[in-house]
Design a protein around this ligand. Structure first.
Ligand SMILES: C[S@@+](CC[C@H](N)C(=O)[O-])C[C@H]1O[C@@H](n2cnc3c(N)ncnc32)[C@H](O)[C@@H]1O
Length: 330
C-alpha cells in the first residue's frame, strides 16, 4: 500500500493537475501579467486576481512558497506552545487559494472548522478545488469578504494573515490586524515578504497585537520592543521551497529549490514559552568555530561564538539553521 501523501506533496500534486490543462505558454503569460500587476502596485479598489488564469498563475507561481513560509512560522508557534495544543478552529483572512490553510493542516493534521475570507471569488473557487483532495480541509468554508472596517471575523482559535498586509491601504491594514486580535481566542500569525517594507508591516502588526493584550510566541524571544534600530536592518527568515518540474517550467530557472524570504509574528493569548534566543542570520561556520547572530531575551542582538571547547553545543551549532531557537530544545 502506498504511504499517504504529505500535505506538501498533495499540494504539489493538486497544482500539477491544475496546470496540466493549461498550456505552458498561457501559464507563462498569466505569470508575467501577475508579476506586472504586483510590481509597483498600490492598493486598489478591485482584486488583482480577476479570473481563472490569474489565480492558476498565482497558485503555480507563489503558493508553494507562501505555504512553506507560513509552515515555518507555524512550526515556531507550535514550538512555543504546549505539545498538546492545536487550533480548534482556523480563519485565514485574505486567504486567496488557501496556502495558509494547507500549512495549518500540515502542522496540525486533525480536522477542524476552517474559514477562508477573500474578496477574489476566482481565488476562493480555485482554493476550494485544490483542497478537495485534502481531508483536513473537508468542509472548509470559502467566503467572499472585503477587508475593511465592516469585516466581521467570528471567534476562532487561530487567525492567519499571510502576504496580505502589503496589498492594503493604511486604514484597512490596521483594521484587519485589529479584527484578527479580537477574533482569536488563542493565536494570530501574520506573515509578510522578508523585505524591509514587509518587516515594517510586521512590526506595526506586532505592536497592535501587544496593545490588544496578546504576547509574542515567535520569532522574538520576548514581548518587549524589537531591538533592531529602524532603517538599519530587518528581521527575516528563509524557507526552502522544493520546485517541481512544473514549477520550474512556470517560473523558469533550473535549480531544484528556491529560498523564500519572509518576516512574521506569532502572538498568543495562552501561556507560551518563546525561544530563549533565535538565530537571526545564516550561521557562519569557520574552522573550529561557529558564529551565531542571535536575538536574545536579555541582551537584544548579539553574536555568540561557539567553539569545539563547548562540546555538544558545538555540534548543535554546526547543525543549527537560520531561524532556529538557540540553544536548541534538548
Ligand atoms: C498575495 S495574495 C496572498 C494569498 C494567501 N494568503 C497566500 O499566502 O498565498 C493576497 C490575497 O489578499 C486578497 N486581498 C487583497 N486585498 C483584499 C481586500 N481588500 N479584501 C479581501 N481580500 C483582499 C487578495 O485577493 C489575495 O487573495
Amino acid at each position: 500500500m502506498n504511504a499517504p501523501l504529505t500535505p506538501a506533496d498533495a499540494l504539489r500534486a493538486a497544482l500539477s493537475e491544475l496546470l496540466d490543462g493549461l498550456p505552458p505558454s498561457q501559464a507563462a503569460r498569466a505569470v508575467d501579467r501577475l508579476i506586472a500587476n504586483y510590481r509597483g502596485r498600490t492598493p486598489t479598489d478591485a482584486p488583482v486576481l480577476r479570473d481563472r488564469s490569474d489565480v492558476a498563475a498565482y497558485a503555480a507561481y507563489r503558493m508553494p512558497a507562501t505555504f512553506e513560509a507560513v509552515r515555518s512560522a507555524l512550526a515556531a508557534l507550535a514550538a512555543a506552545l504546549p505539545a498538546d495544543w492545536s487550533p480548534a478552529s482556523h480563519t485565514d483572512i485574505g486567504g486567496g487559494t488557501g496556502a495558509a490553510t494547507w500549512a495549518v493542516g500540515a502542522t496540525w493534521p486533525e480536522p477542524r472548522p476552517v474559514t477562508v475570507l477573500d474578496w477574489a471569488e476566482p481565488a476562493l473557487d480555485l482554493g476550494r478545488e485544490l483542497a478537495a483532495g485534502l481531508g483536513v480541509l473537508d468542509g472548509a468554508s470559502w467566503q467572499r469578504a472585503r477587508i475593511g472596517e465592516a469585516l466581521e471575523v467570528e471567534r476562532t482559535a487561530l487567525v492567519t494573515i499571510s502576504y496580505v498586509l502589503g496589498e492594503l491601504a493604511d486604514d484597512d491594514r490596521r483594521s484587519v490586524v485589529e479584527s484578527a486580535a479580537q477574533a482569536a481566542t488563542d493565536a494570530v500569525v501574520v506573515v509578510e515578504p522578508g523585505t524591509p517594507d514587509g518587516y515594517a508591516r510586521i512590526i506595526e502588526a506586532r505592536d497592535q497585537l501587544l496593545a490588544a493584550g496578546l504576547r509574542i510566541a515567535a520569532p522574538c524571544p520576548h514581548s518587549a520592543a524589537c531591538p533592531i534600530e529602524p532603517g538599519t536592518d530587518w528581521c527575516h527568515f528563509s524557507a526552502r521551497v522544493s520546485r517541481s518540474s512544473l514549477h520550474r517550467r512556470v517560473k523558469g530557472g533550473s535549480l531544484p529549490y528556491e529560498d523564500e524570504k519572509f518576516s512574521y509574528v506569532a502572538a498568543v493569548r495562552p501561556d507560551a514559552v518563546p525561544a530563549p534566543s533565535r538565530i537571526t542570520r545564516k550561521p557562519q561556520i569557520r574552522k573550529g568555530q561557529v558564529l551565531l547572530d542571535l536575538c536574545t531575551a536579555e541582551d537584544g542582538l548579539r553574536r555568540e561564538t561557539v567553539t569545539k571547547r563547548h562540546g555538544p553545543l558545538y555540534k548543535a551549532a554546526r547543525d543549527a539553521e537560520w531561524g532556529d531557537p538557540w540553544p536548541p530544545h534538548d
